[in-house]
Design a protein around this ligand. Structure first.
Ligand SMILES: NC(=O)C1=CN([C@@H]2O[C@H](COP(=O)(O)OP(=O)(O)OC[C@H]3O[C@@H](n4cnc5c(N)ncnc54)[C@H](O)[C@@H]3O)[C@@H](O)[C@H]2O)C=CC1
Ligand SMILES: N[C@@H](CC=O)C(=O)O
Length: 365
């Protein structure tokens, strides 16, 4: 039997969907691939809860907004520092937000653990830190869910590059939240109502201003650019904010309460574009060379981006082999269930490939 242990950082909307999917599906993995997947720990900001005894209770507690500390935790760094039992493969799932887990991700990767990310933070720090993480994790790193949630975006890009194609540029509408808000306002919803709905559907980042400011799109663009082989720094991807100036500094709670203050101006922008026969979409252009562009664009109704609705994303890959008719990946680009699918697929790939690699080494010895 091939034994795998998960250390999961982050038990938010995506984290809980992943844990529930693993608990539901793992019987099939055991039957199909002889893969025995268990939780070593789940962690939030208050610490790491070991084992599976209290896992269901922990998921319910987090759903209600509680902290794992209430169930008894140890520091996550202790769990990461302690190697798994002999023969057990560890996979760390970083499903937290922003860059804080980076040192632990790096430590885990250096210790030989697999690393699966939906968190864009660790891959969108300085280029030096990006290289340190990707070089340490090697083939054990997967990050499909960081761009386009469960859509096959990173894997499409990698398969184009690995098969020897030249990717000239990627054009994308990569924000579920901004796509949802812009298409809802086009249909007559208020900006405030659309933002609140994107939050309720768990499309948005914990602070929705990280979506509205363009930061989340810029991070995705940086991840794609780096996957294309470009050694860019975060400041090489400037982005255009849609957050009203006077609501930048207030708390998240106050921001959500005062959203109505932005309704009129936002509706005005959308209507102005409409009167010219266009729609607004928040887009990214990632060329193989030259500046990466991220911002709000007015696009004609004939553009494939204008047809996107709700949390739908689109990624258009223009390459040497696909120049006239580009490769396009489209579908829902946000939401806990879709994102969890991407994470769980990566987890299985990392785990199975890790066993395959060691079988090859044994065969050669
Ligand atoms: N919600 C979505 O549709 C998608 C989300 N993502 C990414 O997945 C990640 C998780 O998203 P959600 O679950 O929606 O957010 P969330 O806010 O519901 O959950 C994040 C969790 O991470 C925990 N956390 C934050 N910093 C931590 C740290 N240093 N150590 C341990 N735990 C920490 C928080 O306590 C929180 O429970 C984010 O990075 C997000 O950008 C990616 C694709 C789609
Ligand atoms: N907040 C993000 C979630 C996925 O990355 C989005 O809305 O696209």
């Amino acid at each position: 039997m091939k034994r795998v242990e998960i250390v999961q950082i982050g038990v938010g909307n995506v984290g809980r969907a992943v844990a529930r999917m693993v608990l539901k599906e793992r019987g099939n993995w055991l039957e199909r691939w002889d893969l025995d997947v268990r939780y070593r720990a789940v962690a939030d900001r208050s610490g790491a809860l070991g084992g599976e005894e209290l896992l269901e209770e922990a998921l319910d507690l987090k759903e209600r907004g509680g902290k794992l500390a209430g169930l008894g935790v140890e520091p996550l760094r202790y769990v990461i520092s302690e190697p798994p039992e002999y023969g057990v493969r560890r996979v760390v799932l970083d499903l937290a937000v922003n860059g804080a887990p980076y040192p632990l991700d790096l430590q885990a990767a250096m210790g030989g653990a697999g690393l699966v990310l939906s968190n864009k933070g660790p891959l969108s720090r300085s280029y030096r830190e990006y290289r340190a993480l990707t070089a340490s994790a090697g083939e054990g790193l997967r990050y499909e869910a960081t761009v386009g949630a469960g859509l096959p975006v990173i894997s499409t890009l990698q398969s184009l590059l690995r098969s020897g194609d030249d990717v000239y540029e990627i054009l994308a509408s990569p924000s579920g939240t901004l796509g949802f808000i812009l298409s809802a306002v086009e249909r007559g919803s208020s900006f405030s109502g659309a933002v609140r709905e994107a939050v309720e559907r768990h499309y948005a980042e914990p602070d929705p201003r990280d979506d509205l400011s363009g930061l989340d799109v810029a991070r995705k663009a940086l991840i794609l650019a780096r996957a294309l082989g470009r050694s860019l720094e975060p400041e090489d991807v400037p982005f255009e904010s849609l957050v009203p100036e006077h609501l930048v500094e207030v708390s998240t709670q106050e921001f959500l309460q005062r959203l109505e203050e932005a309704d009129e101006a936002f509706a005005g922008r959308v209507q102005a574009a409409g009167s010219r026969g266009n729609v607004l979409r928040y887009l990214a252009r990632i060329p193989a060379e030259g500046p990466v562009e991220v911002g709000l664009r007015e696009v004609p109704r004939s553009s494939p981006f204008s047809r996107l609705s709700g949390a739908e994303n689109a990624f258009v890959f223009r390459t040497r082999r696909y120049s006239e008719l580009p490769v396009t990946v489209t579908g829902p680009g946000a939401g806990p269930e879709c994102t969890a699918s991407g994470v769980v697929y990566d987890l299985l790939q990392v785990a199975r490939e890790s066993f395959e690699r060691s079988e090859e080494v044994l065969k050669r010895a």
